[in-house]
Design a protein around this ligand. Structure first.
Ligand SMILES: Cc1ncc(COP(=O)(O)O)c(C=O)c1O
Length: 392
């Protein structure tokens, strides 16, 4: 492909050139249609080319595209109001940036400034991005090792294991950060009680609790925020991916008293809060709420998860099905590369997560019929794989 001659070898690529997209469907250059279970790595929350988002971008692009945060802008104000409206109670201090990693970078700085403590406890299996600060909190040594030294004072506790977290906390721990549902390490849902135990530990030890909802937030798991399944509110929350319907935008939410400890100039972003992203963001949040996308994610996700569990009963090559709403992982007993390529031939785009987990992060507008078509495609791909491997 032409792009490859410029872009190096940074991405695991699939041989599909996307020409256009709508809802949960994308089309390639030849007009072939695919159900998009990749969803732009979880970005296409409100569906590709969501009507409200497209109209908002068009309107804003004709008025003003860039207004730095040193000036005021009503579109930005409207987006901030809409985000604060759906945010967990009390998290109305909002820093706007452009990506998941940036939202985590801000979280690290906010916690350091507020607590005057440097240490961070992250989780084994965590993923928080690849800029140097966010990378320091990302577990996979394969990503971290080539770029050391990274931030000092970071340690990784067992996800779901409060005793392990306690063992990692020191007098210098300022922040504990966790994904309520871990995405990149193969979709692992926090065990019941874990987030509440973290909340209690943080309150006990004067530590800020940060939830990274970059992948799990915005309705994906069946509620606006994954942590709402357990009614736990963090001190800091990271949001990005689908928050602006596909246009780059990230946000770090916290309590106003925490944000107010950051003095003028100590943190900023040139593009953060630009009106184009904010217009798209307001429309995306409106669509999530008005169209009850979390409700649809819950219904279609439950259907998929229960059918996948039945499929696991028929196919020994499936080790485990995990997930919440439309954040689903299917762990196989071998590498999934062939299955992913086979699925492309059957009109389904799907993600991997690690080598042996099939991952689904579709747009939340996915219909039951589309979910059934995905299941049918997967059934066929698994049969072919079993034939290839002779493991019926
Ligand atoms: C939970 C989580 N945090 C942070 C990030 C980093 O986001 P970005 O790639 O926008 O920097 C990701 C990306 O997948 C993520 O899943």
């Amino acid at each position: 492909m032409g792009e490859d001659s410029y872009t190096g070898n940074l991405y695991q690529r699939f041989p599909v050139t996307v020409e256009r997209a709508r809802g949960a469907v994308v089309w390639d250059e030849s007009g072939r249609e695919y159900i998009d279970m990749m969803g732009g790595y979880g970005v296409a929350v409100v569906g590709h080319c969501n009507d409200m988002v497209v109209a908002a971008i068009r309107e804003q692009a004709g008025r003003v595209i860039t207004v730095h945060s040193s000036l005021y802008n009503r579109t930005r104000e409207a987006f901030l109001e809409a985000l604060a409206e759906v945010a967990p109670a009390g998290l109305t201090g909002i820093h706007l940036n452009n990506s998941g990693a940036e939202s985590v970078e801000a979280a690290i700085k906010f916690a350091r400034k507020y607590t005057s403590k440097k240490g961070v406890v992250a989780m084994r299996g965590s993923y928080h991005g690849k800029s140097m600060g966010a990378l320091s909190l990302t577990f996979n040594p394969k990503y971290r090792k080539p770029f050391s030294p990274l931030l000092e004072g970071v340690s990784f506790a067992g996800f779901g294991d409060i005793d392990s977290v306690r063992d990692h906390v020191t007098g210098d721990t300022g922040m504990i950060i966790v994904e309520p549902v871990q995405g990149e390490s193969g979709i692992h849902v926090a065990p019941d009680g874990f987030l509440r135990e973290l909340r209690e530990l943080c309150d006990e030890r004067d530590i800020l609790l940060a939830f990274d909802e970059v992948q799990s937030g915005l309705g994906r798991t069946g509620k606006m925020w994954a942590a709402s399944h357990w009614d736990v509110i963090p001190d800091i929350m990271c949001v990005a991916k689908g928050v602006a319907g596909g246009v780059p935008l990230g946000a770090t939410l916290t309590r106003p008293e925490i944000l107010s400890r950051i003095s003028k100039g100590e943190h900023s972003s040139t593009f953060g809060g630009n009106p184009l992203s904010c217009a798209a963001g307001k429309a995306a949040l409106d669509s999530i709420v008005q169209d009850d996308l979390a409700g649809n994610a819950g219904r279609v996700g439950s259907h998929l998860i229960s059918e996948l569990n039945r499929m696991a009963g028929r196919h020994r090559i499936i080790r485990e099905v995990r997930g919440l709403g439309l954040m689903i992982g299917v762990e196989m007993r071998f590498e999934v590369r062939e299955v992913l390529h086979d699925l492309i031939g059957r009109g389904v785009l799907m993600l991997y997560s690690g080598r042996n987990v099939l991952r689904m992060l579709p747009p939340l507008v996915l219909s039951m019929e589309q979910a059934d078509a995905v299941l049918e495609g997967l059934e066929g791909a698994l049969r072919s794989e079993e034939e290839r491997r002779n493991v019926r």
